[in-house]
Design a protein. Structure first.
Length: 133
């Protein structure tokens, strides 16, 4: 499991005084970008050949509110669902352990001519170590 911690800033809070849904999506994105960066890649170059990552589907389930100043932990696991599709499974908890939300993002990979390609091998390998079955 890959994990990152964040403290909510005022820009993350909506008119109802809790974390905005867009802020949550931004934290999911930030976690994904940090994960790729730690492995020497980016969303625009997931394989060292200029191939990119695209989001094909997103599902999110909200459980509890978060407020300004709260610290959240975003955990991410990987699940290979086909040779060309990967699911990123997220859980978001407050620092007291309370589940805030869960999310699934299905991604695909495309080469420089925008054709779907196989999941890069290092991600398949990481998925086998980080994933739930």
């Amino acid at each position: 499991m890959y994990q990152q911690n964040y403290q909510l800033s005022i820009r993350d809070i909506n008119y109802a005084n809790h974390m905005d849904h867009l802020a949550l999506l931004n934290y999911l994105h930030e976690t994904r970008v940090r994960f790729l960066r730690e492995h020497g890649y980016s969303e625009l170059d997931v394989d060292g050949k200029g191939s990119g990552l695209v989001v094909a589907d997103l599902q999110c389930s909200y459980r509890r509110e978060c407020f300004y100043g709260d610290t959240i932990s975003v955990s991410m696991q990987l699940k290979v669902i086909s040779p060309t599709r990967l699911i990123l499974l997220y859980t978001i908890h407050k620092d007291d352990g309370v589940l805030v939300a869960s999310a699934e993002i299905r991604v695909a990979f495309i080469n420089s001519v925008r054709k779907v390609i196989a999941i890069p091998e290092y991600l398949v390998s990481i998925a086998s170590r980080l994933s739930i079955s």
